[in-house]
Write a protein that binds this ligand. Structure first.
Ligand SMILES: [Fe+2]
Ligand SMILES: [Fe+2]
Length: 281
């Protein structure tokens, strides 16, 4: 199974502070085009929050218009820049009916891998909480099928990334989430956004990957006094589920130079089929 992830789309209808760096509508259009041209095609696209800048109806309709050509089904999740009621009404066609009243978490069981959306955003705040209510909800969903490989997708990374100002406005009580995941080894991958950078760690003995933004990135600066946004290339991730493990790739939405290596690819294929080694010329 191939899962694509896009995050922190930040669709906006004003320049604001970050609009100087990148036009997020333009980069998302390019991301949709790139995802549609992938071979093989992803079976699903997970959008891990901050889908708009301010959560207004206008920004969601702009977002839906840009996402409309996407081939694969999209499963969305809100972040701290979204607004729950507008998010729910914008994505009523994509979201299942069974969503808790106080958070937009849900389960999709239509694929070889179980997909659990975990929404820990708090309305009106930029930080987040894995509350007792989230814990009870997630534990009951994990209990429903403890054998099927499962991915949890969420907005806030549940660990300290080293980018201090983002960690300070991160997820509270993430240790309870880690404990739960450690006790549910069917969770093969946890993916998040919010940090606008690709970051990996091990979490509760499973892999945890943070996806870059389809708009601007945050600068890799581990000095706790600093924080900057940068126009590094927009990105996305592909998560391949094969042979009981996930392999995660980070791709960029960037028109760089390309060198065709198809001759070498056919040489390798020919040598492998003939059971010969890959000999240096
Ligand atoms: Fe964001
Ligand atoms: Fe965020």
């Amino acid at each position: 199974m191939l899962i694509a992830q896009i995050s922190d789309l930040h669709i906006r209808d004003h320049i604001g502070m970050f609009g100087e760096l990148v036009d997020t509508s333009e980069t998302l259009r390019k991301a949709v085009h790139l995802l549609n041209s992938l071979e093989p095609q992803p079976e699903v696209v997970l959008a891990t929050g901050d889908l708009t800048d301010d959560g207004t109806k206008e920004q969601y309709s702009q977002l839906l218009e840009i996402l409309e050509p996407l081939n694969a089904p999209l499963l969305p999740l809100p972040g701290n820049h979204d607004e729950r009621s507008e998010f729910l009404s914008a994505f009523s066609a994509q979201l299942p009916e069974e969503i808790p009243g106080s958070h937009c978490s849900y389960v999709i069981d239509d694929f070889p891998v179980r997909l659990i959306a975990l929404d820990t955003a708090i309305p009106g705040r930029h930080d987040a909480l894995f509350s007792q209510e989230h814990e009870t909800w997630l534990a009951s969903k994990l209990d429903e099928d403890s054998d099927k490989p499962t991915v949890i997708f969420t907005h806030f990374p549940p660990f300290e990334t080293g980018i201090n100002f983002m960690d300070l406005s991160g997820l509270k009580s993430s240790d309870r989430l880690e404990f739960l995941i450690r006790n549910n080894p069917q969770v093969k991958l946890v993916i998040a956004g919010h940090l606008h950078r690709p970051i990996q760690t091990v979490f509760g003995s499973t892999m945890l990957s943070v996806c870059p933004s389809t708009g601007n990135q945050l600068k890799l600066d581990l000095d706790p006094r600093n924080g900057s946004a940068v126009d590094e290339p927009p990105g996305f991730q592909l998560h391949i589920w094969k042979d009981d493990r996930f392999v995660t790739h980070t791709g960029t939405i960037w028109e760089g130079k390309e060198l065709d290596m198809s001759q070498y690819v056919s040489y390798v294929n020919q040598k492998i089929s003939a059971n010969e080694g890959i000999i240096k010329d």
